[in-house]
Design a protein around this ligand. Structure first.
Ligand code: SAH
Length: 332
């Protein structure tokens, strides 16, 4: 594995002359370490109700201009079953921080889905150690919780009433409990610096992440950041590619946000270090209501989405993995 100094990482991020080298090198490192197979994770966005008020997010509780929904345990189980019938080997359950689902409810959903032969990922925000423990005992395999930014001042500004310390505590608790842990950051938040992005990348390595999701910030009109500039696609891609170089064997998704700000974003990301796609398998009528940012893709049929993704993957000479796609740690 290659080691880069902070200064080297900073130079690569700031400079654009090495971009072609960076993207093709990250693609090669991806191929050598995790191969050509792409892991598909069926994403169920089961509630857009949230108690938090993250400045960038359209689901923030202060946004009154959004139709809220909350899927029942039965509906979530059914959505998972439909996705599994189409061949998905991992189900990801994501939501706002919706306290209506008790620990017992979440455990019930996990148990229902784990009756099938799949891996299960949770992405439901900050909970207590005890909750995380119960979810793990119920069968959850992985947990995604982005640090969003490691710049503590910026973190404070972006997340009123939340704390950076608690976000870190969550990541550490999840690691301790034996989850595969996914984290990541937003690229292009107002006032974010190149230095802080380098710190984000080093942080991912430091906490020994199993998965890293990186996406550009996309301005949402119903948030305090309505007038802020969108994050830059190329810069987000560079942060992703550098993450691949530093953590060669982890799972890295071509995120939906990448695709939203660049029509070819997904393919470009898959050819610059990414090896995972997270297609939306939520009952279609709810997909457009999970509007964390505008123009997020939604579909009229999960079968169509699957077919479309299979075609894209074939078109770039890659294949879909038939495994659950756990992080295969290599001794570097
Ligand atoms: N409540 C869960 C899931 C949050 S939604 C949690 O706290 O982990 C998943 C991710 O969407 C967030 O972690 C954030 O990085 C991203 N996101 C939210 N708003 C966004 C925006 N305006 N632009 C780009 N990404 C955004």
């Amino acid at each position: 594995m290659t080691n880069y100094t902070k200064k080297e990482l900073l130079d690569i991020l700031k400079e654009n002359s090495q971009n072609d080298w960076l993207f093709s090198h990250a693609n090669k490192v991806r191929q050598e370490n995790v191969g050509d197979e792409i892991h598909l994770r069926g994403l169920i966005e089961f509630s857009n109700i949230c108690k938090n008020s993250c400045k960038y997010c359209g689901l923030r509780c202060a946004n009154k201009n959004i139709e809220r929904y909350r899927l029942s345990i039965e509906q979530i189980t059914k959505d998972a079953q439909n996705a599994i019938n189409l061949g998905y080997k991992t189900i990801v359950l994501q939501s706002g921080e919706d306290e209506a689902y008790t620990t017992k409810d979440i455990c019930k959903i996990i148990e229902n889905i784990k009756n099938f032969d799949v891996a299960l990922t949770l992405s439901i925000g900050e909970r207590s150690f005890q909750d995380y423990k119960e979810f793990k005992n119920a069968g959850a395999d992985r947990y995604l919780i982005r640090i969003e930014t490691t710049d503590e001042n910026l973190y404070k500004k972006m997340h009123p009433y939340m704390s950076f310390e608690n976000r870190l505590r969550c990541l550490k608790d999840l690691k301790k409990l034996g989850y595969e842990v996914g984290t990541g950051c937003l690229v292009g938040l107002p006032e974010q610096t190149f230095e802080s992005l380098v710190n984000d990348i080093l942080f991912f390595k430091d906490i020994d992440a199993d998965m890293i999701g990186i996406g550009p910030f996309i301005s949402h009109p119903q948030t305090p950041l309505a007038n802020a500039k969108n994050g830059d696609f190329t810069l987000a891609l560079k942060v992703m590619a550098l993450t691949r170089l530093l953590l060669p064997d982890i799972n890295i998704p071509a995120t939906t946000a990448m695709e939203t700000i660049n029509p070819n974003g997904r393919i470009i990301a898959l050819q610059s270090g990414a090896n995972v796609i997270m297609p939306n398998v939520t009952t279609c009528q709810y997909q457009e209501k999970y509007e964390i940012y505008p123009n997020k893709s939604h579909s009229t049929s999960i079968e169509y989405t699957r077919q479309n993704i299979e075609n894209i993957i074939k078109s770039i000479g890659r294949s879909i993995s038939a495994t659950k796609g756990f992080h295969n740690k290599k001794l570097n």
